[in-house]
Design a protein around this ligand. Structure first.
Ligand code: ADP
Ligand code: MG
Length: 475
């Protein structure tokens, strides 16, 4: 029988497969391609230098045993580092990187013969010391399921989270996308899932990261020319939690790299958990192919908690802090702070602080004072500038665009909404609003307010804008 590179390698693989974890086999051996057999030296192609180094560090022993079994004591192994895309993706990366590392399909083979012509790349049959590779999860143990109180507003998301934690990668909730407004518990729930998984499956690699930090790391990797390593790092994670993915909007390079990481993880049965301040349909400037993947699993919304849930969140918090508080006060706070759990906690904390600093008894009057201050404090932020900022952020334009003279429909609408909310939330006169929003006159502002009223009763999409913005502005 003819001995080919392929047949030798296949035999090596079946030996290796029997001796290492299936996941490790999948990650580190399946992507390898046997390319050549000559002079008792088998050449195998690996996708990156990082990959080669990893094999060297972790699997050199088993490789040696396997290969010696096939080719005898004089066996040699030659690595060919072919920096293609990540395996499994036919599409080349589109990011422009001024890097010699970038080798989409362009062959950048580095032959690494065992006789060590290249001093940087070591002889793979020298077994290096075992280095402990451990990835810190970045999870906050205080954010647990136990103290994430259930209510109608979060039941679906919380239970989906529990299901995912029981069987990471093994449910149809992959990815699990948790979305909802600020302060409703997205970050808390995302951590809780991770913490629970770590608890149940200590051997799994879990990583929590904000989309912002992920983006920063990616940019750094491009600068430092180790984009492949960056990708690889993320591809070996079992449970990847990315918080606030809306941050990726407009960042096409990061979206692209995330797309490839996502595909790899998903294909390999790894769990992805995402949070976002919007539902996928409302995300702007996120590539279609990513959006469609976000929808593969389950999108679960966190809504503003109802009164009962607010009361139980407060009671739980007080209980954990060892503070006693009369029910009527708890109910007063829960009744008046409605939209956001973070605010709710803030109010109760300042209530506790006030009473203990000033040795005041906690009374409904004190609660009233504080809640009022709280509500007023947050209201004070609503200036015309703030409104313009919120509206232009929402439509992902600059404030200067919002103020510009253009007649483009979506910009005009954004400007009219800003005027409408300025009228609604501030005491400024029509003239003053007009002069602050792009130097218009009072008639323009009046017209804007009427238009918004009309459109929000006739146009569903437009009504959604008004609702979303009201929520953002009424915090
Ligand atoms: P988001 O990420 O959606 O802005 P966070 O997860 O940061 O919100 O939540 C804000 C605060 O509210 C946190 O302190 C969190 O612990 C608390 N919180 C939110 N939802 C709940 C809940 N259902 N039970 C208990 N605490 C909650
Ligand atoms: Mg958050």
């Amino acid at each position: 029988m003819d001995i080919t590179a392929q047949s030798v390698w296949n035999n090596c693989l079946s030996f290796i497969k029997d001796n290492i974890q299936p996941q490790a086999y999948k990650t580190w051996f399946e992507p390898i391609i046997a390319v050549k057999l000559s002079d008792n030296a088998l050449s195998i192609q690996v996708p990156s230098k990082f990959f080669y180094e990893w094999l060297e560090e972790h699997y050199v022993k088993i490789l040696k045993v396997a290969l010696t079994k096939q080719l005898g004591e004089t066996a040699k192994l030659v690595y060919v580092i072919k920096m293609e895309n990540t395996y499994g993706n036919k599409q080349p990366f589109t990011e422009k990187i001024p890097s010699s590392n970038r080798g989409a399909m362009k062959s950048q083979d580095v032959d690494v013969p065992l006789n060590n012509k290249n001093p940087e790349l070591k002889n793979p049959f020298i077994i290096p010391g075992i280095r402990n590779v451990k990835i810190e999860s970045q999870l906050n143990p205080n954010y647990s399921f136990e103290n994430f109180l259930e209510g109608d507003s979060n039941r679906l998301a919380r239970n989906a989270g529990l299901a995912v934690a029981n069987k990471p990668g093994g449910t149809s909730f992959n990815p699990l996308l948790i979305f909802g407004g600020v302060g409703l518990g997205k970050t808390h729930l995302a951590h809780a899932i991770g913490v629970d998984i770590k608890d149940k499956y200590p051997e799994k690699t879990v990583l929590y990261i904000s989309a912002e930090k992920f983006t920063q790391q990616y940019i750094d990797s491009v600068k430092k020319n180790n984009r492949n390593d960056f990708i690889h790092f993320y591809q070996i994670i079992d449970v990847l939690i990315i918080d606030d993915v809306q941050f990726l909007s407009g960042k096409s390079g990061t979206q692209d790299v995330f797309f490839h990481i996502f595909n790899h993880l998903h294909q390999n049965g790894k769990q992805v958990i995402l949070t976002s301040d919007k539902a996928p349909v409302d995300m702007q400037d996120i590539e279609q192919r990513l959006l469609s993947r976000f929808k593969w699993g389950l999108s679960a919304e966190l809504q503003s908690p109802d009164f009962e849930t607010r009361v139980s969140i407060l009671k739980n918090k007080l209980y954990r802090d060892g503070v006693e508080m009369p029910d009527d006060i708890i109910e007063y706070v829960a009744k008046h702070i409605k939209t956001n759990v973070r605010e709710l906690e803030g109010a109760i904390i300042s209530l506790i602080a006030q009473s203990s600093f000033n040795k005041k008894e906690i009374t409904v009057n004190l609660a009233k004072e504080i809640v009022e201050k709280f509500v007023k404090n947050t209201k004070r932020e609503v200036s015309i500038d703030y409104i313009q900022k919120v509206v232009s952020d929402y439509f992902q334009m600059d404030v200067s665009t919002l103020q510009s003279k253009t007649r483009k429909r979506h910009i005009v609408q954004a400007r009219q909404l800003a005027m409408f909310f300025a009228k609604k939330y501030t005491k400024a006169s029509l003239a003053s609003i007009g002069s602050q929003i792009g130097k218009r006159d009072h008639a323009t502002v009046l017209h804007a307010c009427k238009t918004v009223d009309n459109l929000s009763s006739t146009d569903k999409q437009f009504r959604k804008y008004v609702e979303d913005l009201s929520k953002k502005l009424s915090l």
